[in-house]
Design a protein around this ligand. Structure first.
Ligand SMILES: Cc1ncc(COP(=O)(O)O)c(C=O)c1O
Length: 474
């Protein structure tokens, strides 16, 4: 008898049907759609059904799954410009299907897949220009940051992984606009949220190295051990890139670990027009990068790269009876936070193999050009305001501020929600210096310059419409 959990005789038909659904989705993603249809009442009813006890038809169930996804906010669509999106790169999706079918576990040496992960790390290091000795793929930028900071804590306070902080005080340093995952790491590693030093930012919203040096000195004078500096290579709010070289100078003179959080922005270190913004990257101790953001592959695919393998091992290696070691050989779990790990590397490895690194550089350059175009269009428009400097990467905050608008904050809040309801473009809001802004972010290889013009036109049209309803002209 065929085991009830195999698709059995339906296998080939199910695979062909799934392939047709995927091909349909890919064709759809080539063009933006003019509305974002939410779930219908019938679909909502299906999503309230109780636990099925008996089998349902596989083709009908696949259709239902595709219907659910189609009625969801898909980041793969070219005019999804909210938060920091990705693109569900086609070859990456195929890689996931393969990886999940074999279901290799990279907790220990898994044979060729272990070699593939190492190769992908080496390729990534070359793409970015970072002298990595080792690295590992993780489930996201948050985990990459925590992993690096755990290693930094062990270097700064040896033995802390066994004794805890034992009353010792340590500190982390990052720009006031660093991602919350740095604070989360401080909370989880026992360093404490209050020990995260918000370093001042300059007019470009980048960390001020002079303030950093002062804060480290102050801490040393107070008996607080500096554990790590986190330079953000592309802040989530505006895409600011901290001056890594100048920060490395401070770290080297005080012997403090330098981690670069490049979850969003670091892929741009591989692109010719933006490479110089990341000067000094090769001096960092570690970096984190999310391939599931600006390297376009589907979630989840982040990586941590380090200069020195033994520092990751010092924080994570261990001997347990259920994972014996072969001599001195480290298992993957000796340098990673996670145990069971799928072959996340496969999607980036296959994508680089199929498309070549140059296609990635070109796509990133395309997004940078889109960001510049939006900035220029909004800057030239009398009803829009932009940040004082052109975008450093691909995030472009804009604000609709017609001269007669009595309450621009309320107006921009409302405008963002109205654009989301309209559905032609999807943008998210952001608060910058206390003011609500629209914050388009370009990280999708499907987005075009025309999409940028449409985004501006939609924002203008909807913004003016709200004004006509709510604002009285002078
Ligand atoms: C700069 C930065 N670091 C870390 C993260 C967290 O990454 P993840 O969502 O993959 O955990 C983000 C997410 O947007 C980010 O922008």
């Amino acid at each position: 008898m065929t085991p009830r959990l195999s698709l059995g005789d339906d296998r080939d038909e199910a695979l062909a049907h799934a392939a047709a659904l995927v091909a349909h989705a890919w064709r759809e993603f080539d063009e933006a759609r003019d509305e974002e249809p939410g779930p219908t009442p019938q679909l909502r009813a299906r999503l309230a059904e109780p636990l099925p006890q008996e089998p349902d038809d596989v083709i009908a169930s696949l259709d239902l799954a595709a219907e659910v996804l189609d009625a969801s906010l898909a980041q793969s669509r070219p005019r999804y410009l909210a938060y920091i999106g990705s693109s569900g790169l086609e070859i990456g999706a195929l890689a996931d299907l393969l990886a999940h079918s074999y279901d290799v576990n990279l907790a220990i040496d898994a044979g060729a897949a272990t070699g593939l992960e190492r190769q992908a790390i080496t390729w990534l290091a070359e793409f970015l220009g970072f002298p990595a000795a080792t690295g590992a793929f993780t489930s996201g930028g948050t985990i990459s940051n925590i992993t690096a900071l755990a290693a930094a804590r062990e270097r700064a306070l040896p033995g802390s992984r066994s004794t805890g902080m034992s009353g010792r005080l340590g500190a982390l340093y990052c720009s006031a606009e660093a991602h919350y995952s740095v604070t989360r790491a401080a909370e989880l590693l026992g360093i404490g949220r209050e020990q995260v030093r918000d370093i001042a930012i300059d007019g470009w919203r980048r960390m001020d190295p002079a303030d950093l040096a002062r804060r480290i000195e102050d801490d040393l004078a107070q008996g607080v051990t500096p554990i790590a500096v986190v330079a953000t290579a592309g802040t989530t709010l505006t895409g600011a890139v901290d001056p890594i070289g100048a920060i490395a100078e401070v770290c080297e003179s005080s012997g403090v670990w330098l981690h670069v959080d490049g979850a969003y922005g670091l892929p741009a270190a591989g692109a010719p027009t933006s490479r110089s913004r990341f000067a000094g990257l090769d001096r960092a101790d570690s970096l984190g990068i999310d391939a599931h953001k600006w390297m376009f592959v589907p979630k989840a695919c982040s990586a941590i790269l380090v200069r020195n393998t033994s520092e990751l091992a010092a924080a994570f290696s261990h001997q347990e009876d259920y994972i014996p070691h072969e001599g001195e050989e480290l298992n993957a779990v000796d340098i990673t936070l996670e145990y069971s790990r799928p072959v996340r590397a496969l999607k980036l490895w296959l994508a680089l193999r199929v498309h070549g690194a140059q296609a990635f550089r070109d796509a990133i350059e395309g997004n940078l050009a889109q960001a510049r175009l939006l900035y220029d269009l909004a800057d030239a428009h009398p009803d829009f305001r932009v940040q004082p400097h052109p975008p450093q990467l691909s995030i472009v905050p804009i604000r609709h501020e017609p001269s007669h608008c009595p309450d621009p904050d309320r107006h921009n809040d409302e405008l963002c929600r109205a654009i989301q309801r309209d559905g032609r473009v999807y943008v998210s809001p952001a608060i910058i210096d206390g003011e609500p802004w629209l914050r388009p972010c370009f990280t999708n290889f499907r987005t075009t310059l025309d999409d940028v013009r449409i985004t501006m036109a939609v924002a203008q049209e909807i913004g003016s419409g709200i004004c006509r309803t709510h604002c009285s002209r002078p």
